[in-house]
Design a protein around this ligand. Structure first.
Ligand SMILES: [Zn+2]
Length: 201
């Protein structure tokens, strides 16, 4: 596949998984952002700011170098507010192929009250292993970017991080994996919450 064809394919995939995140209730309003590395390169496609993940079309995504240089912006939109921490993931983790940042309700609730997500199922223990929490700062701020960078270095094995009072950050080999990791994280948080409400025998 040519480089151009690969980018067209990834644009479509980014739109598809953005919409899946919204339709699965992992994020609401215009929150959240997804990105995908063009395999074998130092470039990545990222969703624009101000548009719901439920409305992402392939051509509105922006192509950037992971140093922050804009390469392709067919619709003239602004890149996601959280572009800096997406690019930090690709810089710090060379194996990272895609990043999903969303605000799933149960996982976000745990981010408010717990240092880490309780690993209450065998799937969570086997796949996620640990979902530690990083500190909170305003969306789009330099401070939040620094907290994400510090978290990636502090927890090198974590595929998903909880962002305090904010949401989740999942790092996968590709978009499908970062989506599945987020899906499993939210389901784990939901089960942990339900289990906490049931009084044993
Ligand atoms: Zn966010």
């Amino acid at each position: 596949m040519s480089h151009e064809m690969e980018i067209i394919r990834l644009r479509k995939e980014l739109a598809e998984y953005s919409r899946r995140c919204f339709n699965r209730g992992l994020v609401s309003g215009t929150g959240g952002n997804l990105s995908v590395r063009v395999p074998g390169t130092d470039t990545a496609l990222i969703t624009p700011t101000g548009i719901s993940l439920g409305d992402i079309d392939p051509e509105i995504n922006l192509l950037m170098k992971i140093d922050g240089t804009l390469i392709e912006n067919p619709c003239g939109l602004k890149p996601s507010k959280e572009t800096a921490f997406h690019l930090a993931v690709y810089q710090i983790r060379p194996e990272a192929g895609a990043v999903a940042h969303v605000h799933p309700p149960y996982a976000t609730a745990y981010s408010n009250v717990a240092e880490r997500l309780p690993m209450v199922t065998v799937s969570a223990q086997g796949v996620l292993k640990e979902v530690p929490r990083i500190e909170s700062a305003m969306a789009g701020s330099k401070e939040l970017y620094e907290f994400v960078k510090a978290g990636l270095l502090k927890y090198p094995a974590a595929k998903v991080l909880l962002m305090k009072e904010h949401g989740t950050l999942a790092i996968g080999a590709d978009l499908k994996q970062s989506y599945y990791l987020t899906d499993l994280t939210e389901d784990t948080a939901k089960i942990a919450f339900i289990a906490s409400q049931i009084k044993a025998g």
